[in-house]
Design a protein around this ligand. Structure first.
Ligand SMILES: CC(C)(COP(=O)(O)OP(=O)(O)OC[C@H]1O[C@@H](n2cnc3c(N)ncnc32)[C@H](O)[C@@H]1OP(=O)(O)O)[C@@H](O)C(=O)NCCC(=O)NCCS
Length: 322
């Protein structure tokens, strides 16, 4: 995107885009996107090639993949969720052999411009605490830290939960695959900010790509107490989404973790991993008192792209009056 002021950093970044073009991903790009994704991204729950193909096929307004093309090949990609006037960049990566040439910054700028053009005002993303290179790129491009996500982990054998017998008696638990589970549409309290962007879109993509994802829903009488979406590896159960009823969330959290524990009971070495916004202090305290420990953290960054859009419109208007 052309910037309105004559900051030299902005000029150099548009130079960086000289040999790069940005477009929406096509099915023929899937292999390259998946290769760069697998080599570059270190998430708790890595998506499959089928998931990437599912996103491209879906042609949804809520999720899209952009690619950076350099010398006719895919040099990098960005996976972006959009929800009304907000967006979340879920992953952005450049092929190792093309890094350090400004392609990452060029891709980021183009994605911001495309989103701002669709009315997006705020863009969010997360960066692992030790990823200084990405953090440097985002801070240089106007992103600010708004929050921290703490990654909690506990071995099954170390989890100690005391759930009131009366609460357990009125609790019903449903465990299902994403294909058959009917995920509740009621408003729930999500433990991480990204779930607000991703969960309903991902559910549709998982159904399309035929992926195995487990959903545990806990009912308290007829009311939903909470939902957990799990992905499993040989030694870890990653809680990709954990959402609780606004009514007595701490009690709901205990019942839900108890259900995840019972579902996961497959050996003392298995652990449960849950990412949680650091602002959810009382839920964090509850998890720590159950035996969870902080093993990693990520910064949540944001940028007001609406402000920039306004700035550039007003400076164009000003220029016309000169
Ligand atoms: C982060 C990543 C996308 C950057 O892509 P890139 O094409 O190498 O980045 P660029 O060449 O555009 O560099 C952009 C800016 O990053 C900043 N930067 C690079 N390395 C840095 C470092 N070690 N410390 C601070 N800032 C750094 C610089 O400001 C640089 O701009 P400059 O060269 O004009 O000074 C790339 O390193 C990558 O794919 N990493 C793995 C995946 C990842 O971590 N993605 C981000 C989280 S989803």
């Amino acid at each position: 995107m052309e910037e309105s002021d004559s900051d030299s950093e902005d000029d150099s970044s548009s130079d960086k885009c000289l040999n790069v073009s940005i477009r929406r991903a096509r099915i023929s790009d899937v292999d390259n996107i998946f290769r760069i994704y697998s080599e570059s991204i270190q998430y708790l729950d890595l998506e499959s090639k089928e998931w990437i193909a599912g996103v491209i096929r879906k042609r949804s307004k809520r999720i899209r993949i952009y690619v950076a093309i350099h010398n006719k090949s895919v040099a990098g990609f960005a996976i972006v969720y959009k929800k009304r006037d907000k967006a979340y960049v879920d992953a952005l990566a450049i092929d190792e052999m093309f890094r350090g040439r400004g392609i990452g910054e060029c891709l980021l700028r183009n994605v911001e411009e495309a989103l701002a053009g669709e009315g997006v005002e705020k863009i969010y993303l997360t960066v692992k605490n030790h990823n200084n290179r990405a953090l440097g790129m985002y801070v240089k491009n106007g992103y600010r830290i708004s929050n921290v996500i703490l990654v909690l982990e506990a071995k099954l054998s170390n989890i100690d939960i005391s759930v009131d017998k009366k609460v357990l008696d009125r609790t019903r638990i449903s465990i299902d695959s994403v294909k058959r589970a009917s995920i509740p549409r009621v408003k729930l309290l999500d433990l991480t900010m990204w779930n607000n962007f991703t969960w309903d879109v991902d559910e549709a993509i998982y159904r399309l790509s035929g992926e195995e994802v487990t959903i545990i829903t806990v009912y308290n009488g007829r009311r939903i107490a909470g939902v957990a979406q799990l992905s499993t590896t040989s030694s870890k159960i990653v809680v990709e989404r954990l959402a609780l009823s606004y009514y007595r969330p701490t009690e709901s959290l205990k019942v839900l973790i108890d259900s995840v524990k019972r579902f996961a009971d497959r050996g003392i070495d298995t652990s449960i991993v849950i990412p949680v916004d650091s602002s959810k202090t009382s839920l964090l305290k509850t998890l720590i008192s159950m035996g969870f420990r902080i093993v990693d953290s990520e910064y949540v960054l944001y940028k007001d792209v609406g402000e920039e859009q306004e700035k550039s419109i007003s400076s164009v208007a000003l220029a016309k009056h000169v």
